[in-house]
Design a protein around this ligand. Structure first.
Ligand code: PMP
Length: 375
């Protein structure tokens, strides 16, 4: 058995998927070639791409009016590609950003190169949230408190802040915010495929693959067709959604092997019963871990209970002088990559789709044991 891998990304992939890829590594379906060695325009890779596309559309029930693009550059490149493509939709060249952690802050900063960018709301201050005092970046601003400019080209949010462990799945209807013409753009990187997406609420979502969808290298963009075709003249051709869409994600050589691997993950997800079953499993995993944290006086979780991420669970030892011993013991117990992000400290358990409840139970049982020995 392999150790349980709690990395925030690149993160654990289903063992079955890795074994499947290994088995056809040197000869894909009798072609005499590895997927890495095939032309992206050939019949074989076209089949791989078309199946991946269809499976992803089916899993997420992507409506017809959306295009699905496979791009490169990660979610970080989208921080520029989004404004380059969307900000020119409207003459004012405005875009608004909700800030709730490191990733949304990075998106906001990058966008400033391309237009008139404003902060619609921010959780970057201590606040009273439903009767609890919350530290900065441990909660999510309520939509009623967002101020969105009605002439903005889009509103950007990050719906799962991977580092802070803050998740915001209840996206508002933009009409209710008095901005019906402003499409919602969502960075869903770290909870993509962990739950369903209500596409009626969004203009586009994007995600780097390296959490729930496959290896790093491919970025998935699911965008309303009506938003495509407004790129600024300075937008690099390979990053213009219109070019990528017209070429079926083959404007230039796409990350073929990463797309193939993502395709295998999509087939694995279908075999598990699709997104609904994954979501149920993710709820059970997160509940087990948060219930344990809430019941313990040795560990603490600082994110507001209404915004706790099901995917990324930061937690702290009350006595931080035990951090090194905790990580050393975890490693010996085959529980890997639990160190928190340096900006937050403490620990972080990322419990993506590929990790079963058994992994979370193994973590809890190690935590109980550590508490008994040091508490
Ligand atoms: N957004 C979120 C929510 C992320 O978790 C990450 C990566 N951890 C990024 C953006 C940046 O992704 P990439 O490194 O693929 O550019």
């Amino acid at each position: 058995m392999r150790p349980w891998n709690f990395s925030a990304g690149p993160s654990a992939l289903p063992l079955e998927v890795l074994q499947h890829a290994a088995a056809e590594m040197t000869d894909w379906h009798g072609s005499g070639m590895s997927v890495m060695e095939m032309s992206h325009r050939g019949k074989q890779f076209t089949q791989i791409y078309e199946e991946a596309l269809a499976d992803l559309r089916e899993l997420l029930q992507v409506p017809e009016e959306f295009d699905v693009l496979f791009m490169q550059g990660g979610a970080s490149a989208q921080n520029a590609i989004v404004p380059l493509n969307l900000i020119g939709r409207r003459d004012a060249r405005k875009a608004d950003y909700v800030l709730a952690g490191i990733w949304s802050n990075k998106s906001h900063k990058e966008a400033q190169r391309y237009g008139d960018i404003a902060v619609a709301a921010s959780s970057g201050a201590q606040a009273d949230v439903d009767g609890r005092t919350q530290a900065p970046w441990t909660w999510f601003p309520k939509p009623a408190d967002w101020s969105v400019r009605a002439d903005a080209s889009y509103l950007h949010i990050c719906s799962n802040e991977t580092i802070g462990g803050v998740e915001f799945p209840d996206w508002p209807d933009m009409k209710s915010l008095g901005a019906p013409e402003v499409p919602l753009v969502v960075d869903v990187s770290s909870h993509f495929l962990s739950r369903s997406i209500d596409f009626s609420k969004v203009g586009m979502v994007y995600a780097g693959a390296q959490k729930n969808a496959g290896p790093a290298g491919v970025t998935m963009v699911i965008v309303r067709k009506e938003l495509i075709g407004h790129a600024l003249p300075i937008c690099p051709s390979a990053f213009d959604y219109a070019n990528v869409s017209a070429a079926g994600s083959m404007f230039n050589t796409p990350p073929t092997y990463a797309m193939y691997m993502a395709g295998l993950v999509f087939k694995w997800l279908k075999k598990q019963g699709g997104i609904a079953s994954m979501e149920a499993a993710n709820i059970a995993k997160a509940r087990a871990l948060y219930d344990y944290l809430d019941g313990s006086s040795f560990y603490v979780s600082t994110v507001h209970p209404s915004y706790r991420s099901r995917m990324n669970v930061p937690f702290f030892l009350k006595d931080e002088s035990l951090n090194a011993a905790f990580l050393e013991g975890a490693d010996a117990a085959d529980l890997r990559q639990l160190r928190g992000h340096k900006s937050v400290g403490g620990m972080r358990a990322s419990i993506y789709n590929a990790l079963p409840l058994e992994a979370v139970q193994a973590l809890i049982s190690y935590m109980q044991d550590f508490e008994r020995r040091h508490g």
